[in-house]
Design a protein around this ligand. Structure first.
Ligand code: ADP
Ligand code: MG
Length: 259
Protein backbone atom coordinates (compact mmCIF):
# COMPACT_ATOMS: atom_id res chain seq x y z
CA UNK A 1 0.00 0.00 0.00
CA UNK A 2 1.40 3.42 -0.95
CA UNK A 3 1.62 6.21 1.59
CA UNK A 4 -0.97 8.14 -0.41
CA UNK A 5 -3.44 5.24 -0.32
CA UNK A 6 -2.84 4.75 3.40
CA UNK A 7 -3.56 8.41 4.14
CA UNK A 8 -6.68 8.31 1.98
CA UNK A 9 -7.91 5.14 3.69
CA UNK A 10 -7.32 6.68 7.11
CA UNK A 11 -9.29 9.77 6.06
CA UNK A 12 -12.14 7.57 4.77
CA UNK A 13 -12.29 5.64 8.02
CA UNK A 14 -12.40 8.89 10.00
CA UNK A 15 -15.15 10.26 7.74
CA UNK A 16 -17.10 7.07 8.48
CA UNK A 17 -16.60 7.71 12.20
CA UNK A 18 -14.35 4.66 12.50
CA UNK A 19 -11.64 6.54 14.36
CA UNK A 20 -10.28 3.55 16.23
CA UNK A 21 -9.88 1.67 12.93
CA UNK A 22 -8.13 4.70 11.46
CA UNK A 23 -5.78 4.81 14.44
CA UNK A 24 -5.02 1.08 14.39
CA UNK A 25 -4.74 0.78 10.60
CA UNK A 26 -1.00 1.20 10.21
CA UNK A 27 -0.06 -1.09 13.11
CA UNK A 28 -2.53 -3.81 12.14
CA UNK A 29 -1.34 -3.64 8.50
CA UNK A 30 2.25 -4.08 9.62
CA UNK A 31 1.34 -7.01 11.87
CA UNK A 32 -0.71 -8.58 9.09
CA UNK A 33 2.24 -8.40 6.71
CA UNK A 34 4.59 -9.87 9.29
CA UNK A 35 2.33 -12.73 10.36
CA UNK A 36 0.86 -13.30 6.90
CA UNK A 37 -2.82 -13.24 7.95
CA UNK A 38 -5.46 -12.97 5.22
CA UNK A 39 -7.75 -10.01 4.36
CA UNK A 40 -10.60 -11.57 6.30
CA UNK A 41 -8.68 -11.90 9.55
CA UNK A 42 -7.18 -8.46 9.09
CA UNK A 43 -10.62 -6.89 8.77
CA UNK A 44 -11.93 -8.93 11.68
CA UNK A 45 -9.13 -7.67 13.92
CA UNK A 46 -9.65 -4.03 12.96
CA UNK A 47 -13.43 -4.14 13.42
CA UNK A 48 -13.19 -6.00 16.74
CA UNK A 49 -10.84 -3.32 18.09
CA UNK A 50 -13.24 -0.60 16.90
CA UNK A 51 -16.19 -2.24 18.67
CA UNK A 52 -14.18 -2.69 21.85
CA UNK A 53 -13.08 0.95 21.86
CA UNK A 54 -16.68 2.07 21.34
CA UNK A 55 -17.96 -0.06 24.19
CA UNK A 56 -15.26 1.32 26.50
CA UNK A 57 -16.02 4.93 25.47
CA UNK A 58 -19.70 4.45 26.02
CA UNK A 59 -19.09 2.90 29.47
CA UNK A 60 -16.80 5.80 30.41
CA UNK A 61 -19.45 8.27 29.27
CA UNK A 62 -22.24 6.52 31.22
CA UNK A 63 -20.07 6.47 34.35
CA UNK A 64 -19.16 10.15 33.94
CA UNK A 65 -22.81 11.10 33.47
CA UNK A 66 -23.87 9.08 36.52
CA UNK A 67 -21.73 11.32 38.76
CA UNK A 68 -20.86 8.70 41.36
CA UNK A 69 -19.25 10.39 44.39
CA UNK A 70 -16.61 7.65 44.52
CA UNK A 71 -15.91 4.97 41.95
CA UNK A 72 -16.40 1.77 43.93
CA UNK A 73 -17.02 -1.11 41.56
CA UNK A 74 -18.39 -4.49 42.57
CA UNK A 75 -14.93 -6.03 43.04
CA UNK A 76 -14.24 -3.60 45.92
CA UNK A 77 -17.28 -4.77 47.90
CA UNK A 78 -16.32 -7.55 50.31
CA UNK A 79 -19.23 -9.98 50.32
CA UNK A 80 -17.57 -12.12 52.99
CA UNK A 81 -17.82 -9.17 55.40
CA UNK A 82 -21.63 -9.22 55.20
CA UNK A 83 -22.71 -12.86 55.56
CA UNK A 84 -26.25 -11.71 56.41
CA UNK A 85 -26.72 -10.22 52.91
CA UNK A 86 -29.06 -12.27 50.73
CA UNK A 87 -26.50 -13.14 48.06
CA UNK A 88 -28.97 -14.60 45.63
CA UNK A 89 -31.02 -11.41 45.65
CA UNK A 90 -27.92 -9.21 45.47
CA UNK A 91 -26.54 -11.08 42.44
CA UNK A 92 -29.95 -10.95 40.87
CA UNK A 93 -30.04 -7.16 41.31
CA UNK A 94 -26.50 -6.91 39.89
CA UNK A 95 -27.83 -8.59 36.73
CA UNK A 96 -30.00 -5.45 36.17
CA UNK A 97 -33.26 -7.34 35.48
CA UNK A 98 -35.03 -4.91 37.81
CA UNK A 99 -34.15 -2.02 35.49
CA UNK A 100 -35.67 -3.79 32.50
CA UNK A 101 -38.80 -4.42 34.61
CA UNK A 102 -38.87 -0.83 36.01
CA UNK A 103 -38.71 -2.12 39.55
CA UNK A 104 -37.17 -0.31 42.50
CA UNK A 105 -34.53 -1.31 45.06
CA UNK A 106 -34.47 0.00 48.61
CA UNK A 107 -31.51 -0.46 50.96
CA UNK A 108 -32.58 0.00 54.56
CA UNK A 109 -30.10 0.07 57.40
CA UNK A 110 -27.91 1.86 59.84
CA UNK A 111 -25.04 4.11 58.88
CA UNK A 112 -21.85 2.36 57.79
CA UNK A 113 -23.48 -0.88 56.63
CA UNK A 114 -22.33 -0.35 53.02
CA UNK A 115 -25.57 0.94 51.49
CA UNK A 116 -23.88 3.71 49.49
CA UNK A 117 -21.10 1.34 48.45
CA UNK A 118 -23.59 -1.27 47.22
CA UNK A 119 -25.68 1.35 45.41
CA UNK A 120 -22.53 2.67 43.69
CA UNK A 121 -21.36 -0.82 42.69
CA UNK A 122 -24.82 -1.65 41.35
CA UNK A 123 -24.96 1.69 39.53
CA UNK A 124 -21.67 0.87 37.80
CA UNK A 125 -23.13 -2.52 36.80
CA UNK A 126 -26.10 -0.62 35.32
CA UNK A 127 -23.68 1.56 33.32
CA UNK A 128 -21.91 -1.58 32.06
CA UNK A 129 -25.29 -2.79 30.86
CA UNK A 130 -25.66 0.53 29.02
CA UNK A 131 -28.45 1.93 31.21
CA UNK A 132 -28.58 5.71 31.68
CA UNK A 133 -27.84 6.05 35.37
CA UNK A 134 -27.70 8.97 37.78
CA UNK A 135 -26.47 8.91 41.36
CA UNK A 136 -27.47 11.82 43.58
CA UNK A 137 -28.03 12.38 47.27
CA UNK A 138 -31.62 12.98 48.21
CA UNK A 139 -30.66 16.33 49.67
CA UNK A 140 -28.87 17.51 46.50
CA UNK A 141 -31.76 16.41 44.31
CA UNK A 142 -34.27 18.34 46.40
CA UNK A 143 -32.08 21.46 46.35
CA UNK A 144 -31.77 21.24 42.57
CA UNK A 145 -35.54 20.93 42.23
CA UNK A 146 -36.19 23.92 44.50
CA UNK A 147 -33.72 26.05 42.56
CA UNK A 148 -35.20 24.99 39.24
CA UNK A 149 -38.67 25.98 40.41
CA UNK A 150 -37.39 29.44 41.31
CA UNK A 151 -35.86 29.71 37.83
CA UNK A 152 -39.05 28.42 36.18
CA UNK A 153 -37.08 25.44 34.88
CA UNK A 154 -38.79 22.82 37.01
CA UNK A 155 -40.56 20.85 34.30
CA UNK A 156 -37.38 20.48 32.28
CA UNK A 157 -35.47 19.24 35.31
CA UNK A 158 -38.21 16.81 36.34
CA UNK A 159 -38.21 15.40 32.81
CA UNK A 160 -34.43 15.02 32.95
CA UNK A 161 -34.75 12.95 36.12
CA UNK A 162 -37.61 10.94 34.66
CA UNK A 163 -35.55 9.94 31.63
CA UNK A 164 -32.79 8.06 33.46
CA UNK A 165 -33.17 4.30 33.38
CA UNK A 166 -31.92 4.16 36.95
CA UNK A 167 -32.07 7.00 39.47
CA UNK A 168 -30.07 6.30 42.63
CA UNK A 169 -31.16 8.49 45.54
CA UNK A 170 -28.69 8.22 48.36
CA UNK A 171 -29.34 9.04 52.01
CA UNK A 172 -33.05 9.55 52.16
CA UNK A 173 -34.00 10.57 55.66
CA UNK A 174 -30.73 12.01 56.91
CA UNK A 175 -32.13 15.53 56.67
CA UNK A 176 -35.86 16.29 57.04
CA UNK A 177 -37.35 17.92 53.95
CA UNK A 178 -39.28 21.17 53.72
CA UNK A 179 -42.89 20.93 52.56
CA UNK A 180 -41.85 22.27 49.15
CA UNK A 181 -38.91 19.87 48.97
CA UNK A 182 -40.96 16.80 49.73
CA UNK A 183 -43.67 17.80 47.24
CA UNK A 184 -41.08 18.23 44.50
CA UNK A 185 -39.41 14.93 45.30
CA UNK A 186 -42.81 13.29 45.29
CA UNK A 187 -43.43 14.72 41.83
CA UNK A 188 -40.22 13.19 40.42
CA UNK A 189 -40.86 9.81 42.02
CA UNK A 190 -44.52 9.76 40.99
CA UNK A 191 -43.58 10.57 37.39
CA UNK A 192 -40.93 7.86 37.31
CA UNK A 193 -43.31 5.27 38.69
CA UNK A 194 -43.35 2.23 36.39
CA UNK A 195 -41.32 4.18 33.79
CA UNK A 196 -37.89 3.71 35.33
CA UNK A 197 -36.16 2.26 38.37
CA UNK A 198 -35.30 4.08 41.56
CA UNK A 199 -32.71 2.83 44.00
CA UNK A 200 -32.89 4.36 47.46
CA UNK A 201 -30.58 4.09 50.43
CA UNK A 202 -32.02 5.09 53.77
CA UNK A 203 -31.45 4.77 57.49
CA UNK A 204 -35.17 5.06 58.15
CA UNK A 205 -37.68 2.29 58.65
CA UNK A 206 -40.83 2.81 56.54
CA UNK A 207 -42.80 3.79 59.65
CA UNK A 208 -40.55 6.84 60.05
CA UNK A 209 -40.84 8.19 56.51
CA UNK A 210 -43.62 10.59 57.52
CA UNK A 211 -41.02 12.39 59.66
CA UNK A 212 -39.08 13.20 56.48
CA UNK A 213 -41.92 13.95 54.11
CA UNK A 214 -44.24 15.62 56.60
CA UNK A 215 -47.62 14.91 55.08
CA UNK A 216 -48.84 11.40 56.08
CA UNK A 217 -51.19 11.05 53.09
CA UNK A 218 -48.46 11.91 50.61
CA UNK A 219 -45.98 9.65 52.41
CA UNK A 220 -48.41 6.75 52.22
CA UNK A 221 -48.95 7.35 48.49
CA UNK A 222 -45.22 7.59 47.91
CA UNK A 223 -44.41 4.44 49.88
CA UNK A 224 -47.14 2.60 48.06
CA UNK A 225 -45.61 3.43 44.69
CA UNK A 226 -41.98 2.99 45.71
CA UNK A 227 -42.38 -0.35 47.43
CA UNK A 228 -44.74 -1.83 44.85
CA UNK A 229 -42.83 -4.82 43.41
CA UNK A 230 -39.59 -3.40 44.89
CA UNK A 231 -36.60 -5.39 46.09
CA UNK A 232 -36.07 -4.44 49.72
CA UNK A 233 -32.65 -5.19 51.17
CA UNK A 234 -32.49 -4.88 54.95
CA UNK A 235 -28.93 -4.24 56.08
CA UNK A 236 -29.30 -5.64 59.57
CA UNK A 237 -25.60 -6.04 60.28
CA UNK A 238 -23.15 -3.86 62.20
CA UNK A 239 -21.36 -0.94 60.58
CA UNK A 240 -18.50 -2.18 58.36
CA UNK A 241 -16.11 0.43 59.73
CA UNK A 242 -17.00 -0.51 63.30
CA UNK A 243 -16.45 -4.19 62.54
CA UNK A 244 -13.11 -3.40 60.88
CA UNK A 245 -11.88 -1.32 63.81
CA UNK A 246 -12.96 -3.98 66.30
CA UNK A 247 -11.08 -6.53 64.22
CA UNK A 248 -7.99 -4.29 64.23
CA UNK A 249 -8.16 -3.99 68.01
CA UNK A 250 -8.46 -7.75 68.40
CA UNK A 251 -5.32 -8.36 66.29
CA UNK A 252 -2.06 -9.07 68.13
CA UNK A 253 0.22 -6.04 67.69
CA UNK A 254 3.49 -6.63 65.85
CA UNK A 255 5.49 -4.54 68.31
CA UNK A 256 4.09 -6.38 71.31
CA UNK A 257 4.00 -10.15 70.76
CA UNK A 258 2.61 -10.81 74.27
CA UNK A 259 -0.61 -8.99 73.50
P1 ADP B 1 -23.68 3.52 54.45
O1 ADP B 1 -23.99 4.17 53.16
O2 ADP B 1 -24.56 2.36 54.76
O3 ADP B 1 -23.62 4.50 55.59
P2 ADP B 1 -21.08 3.13 53.26
O4 ADP B 1 -21.42 2.49 51.98
O5 ADP B 1 -20.74 4.57 53.22
O6 ADP B 1 -22.22 2.89 54.36
O7 ADP B 1 -19.90 2.30 53.94
C1 ADP B 1 -19.04 2.84 54.92
C2 ADP B 1 -17.58 2.54 54.55
O8 ADP B 1 -17.34 1.15 54.66
C3 ADP B 1 -17.27 2.91 53.11
O9 ADP B 1 -15.94 3.34 53.03
C4 ADP B 1 -17.44 1.59 52.35
O10 ADP B 1 -16.65 1.55 51.19
C5 ADP B 1 -16.99 0.59 53.40
N1 ADP B 1 -17.70 -0.70 53.28
C6 ADP B 1 -18.90 -1.00 53.80
N2 ADP B 1 -19.23 -2.28 53.56
C7 ADP B 1 -18.20 -2.82 52.87
C8 ADP B 1 -17.92 -4.11 52.34
N3 ADP B 1 -18.77 -5.14 52.50
N4 ADP B 1 -16.76 -4.28 51.67
C9 ADP B 1 -15.87 -3.27 51.54
N5 ADP B 1 -16.07 -2.03 52.03
C10 ADP B 1 -17.22 -1.79 52.68
MG1 MG C 1 -24.40 6.16 52.75
Amino acid sequence: MTIGALIELQANLKALNLSSMARNLEGTLRQARESGIGYDEFLLELTAAELQARAQNSLNRRIREAKFPLLKPMETFDLAAVPELDLRLFRDIAGCGYIREHRNVIFLGRSGTGKTHMATALGIEACKNNFRTRFISCHALVNELIEARQDRALQRLVQKYVRYDLLIMDELGYIPLSKEGSELLFQVLAERHEKGSVMITTNLGFADWTQVFGDPVMTAALLDRLTHKAHIVSCTWESYRLKQSLKEKGKPRKDNPCK
